[in-house]
Design a protein around this ligand. Structure first.
Ligand SMILES: Cc1ncc(COP(=O)(O)O)c(C=O)c1O
Length: 382
């Protein structure tokens, strides 16, 4: 018998009561029932985002939210400062190029966080840059970038916005959209919101709305201004992903009930316990500024990280993720996002121990599990 466990950094496990809600008969998107649901979801999103601004709901994966940001805020010929410290930082730069925007890349070694000073200097060298594009959490490396500090820097510049890809960060740890002056915050449904893929959510500040009015890029589907008009009519510009929004309404209601602090503490506990287990096994973390969203483990010398992932998936029924691009084979990644609890982390650690032993790495079985158990026992997690 093999049970399936989804512990990759997206898509993630979805709670049964959310799946059940999404399986209910569809309601029509231009009906009073859907308008009421949408209005409630928009209010609840403001709570999650810690913002007074509108949060746009787009039917796309997270990248659609990133593309919408570039298309709506930047015009061909504009400059944007891009933090490139992993695969998703590279995506910002690629999107800029696709829209004729010149990326000024700040290359950060994979596994490290950007130095705010470097961004400050880049803005001095390029005072005409219209945006700073960054990840809150670079999922390919497990690193948290210091977006609060970047918010303080960019706030001083009237003609520059800070756009944050928080696709694997919002709802994982504390991100204060308004207090930190984050002009754009993008997330996706298949990460900490514990939903299937298919929704991109984008909060837009007043500064960003003003910029969107002036942009000259071609755009049609991803048009912030059209979406804003639709919000005034309590609807969406195009047919929304009705089932996903219905699922989102359940997730957001649950978050409201437990509160943001409990949500952040939950991820912190799963992350800390897993990281304690990994260290107890004598393994190293890849990220210098690790996030609570995932644990990224360096494959020990002589072990290919992809083999660990393969054994877990094919032999144990557990899906974690390997490294991407230049990190392929060098790391493996365990998610703390999705419908997961402390016992799932114990399972993940036990599986990693067994796989490494099978691959010939000297491992004392149970050592990582014991460290995680110790952590959980001390913090009294539910
Ligand atoms: C930080 C980050 N940005 C962007 C993306 C791309 O999102 P999607 O695959 O939903 O388009 C991901 C997905 O893993 C991500 O983790």
């Amino acid at each position: 018998m093999k049970k399936q466990y989804l512990m990759a950094p997206g898509p993630v496990a979805v709670a049964p009561h959310v799946l059940a809600k999404m399986a209910e008969p569809l309601i029509h998107h231009r009906s009073p029932q859907f308008s009421a649901l949408l209005t409630q979801v928009r209010e609840d999103l403001k709570y999650l985002y810690q913002t007074k601004n509108e949060v746009l709901i787009l039917a796309s994966s997270g990248t659609g939210g990133m593309e919408a940001t570039v298309a709506n805020l930047l015009s061909p010929g504009d400059k944007a400062i891009v933090i490139r410290g992993g695969k998703f930082g590279e995506r910002w730069a690629e999107l800029c190029e696709a829209y004729g925007v010149k990326p000024i890349n700040i290359d950060v070694p994979w596994g490290e966080a950007v130095e705010p000073k470097g961004v400050e200097e880049a803005l001095k060298d390029h005072p005409d840059a219209k945006a700073v594009l960054v990840q809150a959490h670079e999922t390919s490396t497990g690193v948290k970038h210091p977006i609060e500090e970047l918010g303080r820097i960019v706030r001083e510049k009237d003609e520059t916005v800070l756009a944050v890809d928080a696709i694997s960060a919002l709802g994982v740890y504390d991100i204060k959209t308004d207090d930190w002056n984050l002009d754009i915050v993008v997330t996706g449904s298949q990460k900490s919101l514990s939903l299937p893929p298919g929704l991109a959510l984008v909060s837009v500040s007043e500064k960003a709305w003003q910029m969107a009015q002036r942009t000259k890029s071609s755009r049609y589907y991803f048009n912030f201004l059209k979406e804003k008009k639709a919000i005034e009519r309590q609807t969406t510009a195009f047919t929304p992903a009705v089932s996903l929004i219905t699922g989102l309404s359940v997730v957001l209601k649950d978050i409201r009930e437990t509160g943001l602090d409990a949500l952040f503490k939950h991820h912190k506990n799963l992350s800390e316990a897993t990281k304690a287990g990994i260290r107890a096994l004598g393994l190293e973390l890849f990220a210098k500024a690790p996030s609570e969203a995932i644990t990224v483990i360096k494959a020990p010398d002589g072990i290919n990280g992809q083999d660990v992932v393969k054994i877990l998936r094919e032999d144990y029924g557990i899906t974690i993720a390997g490294g991407q691009a230049q990190a392929k084979g060098k790391i493996f990644r365990i998610s703390h996002m999705g419908h997961l609890c402390q016992w799932d982390m114990i399972i993940a650690l036990a599986a990693v121990e067994r796989a490494l032993k099978e691959l010939g790495h000297p491992i004392e079985l149970g050592k990582g599990v014991a460290a995680a158990q110790e952590y959980f026992a001390n913090v009294h997690t539910a």
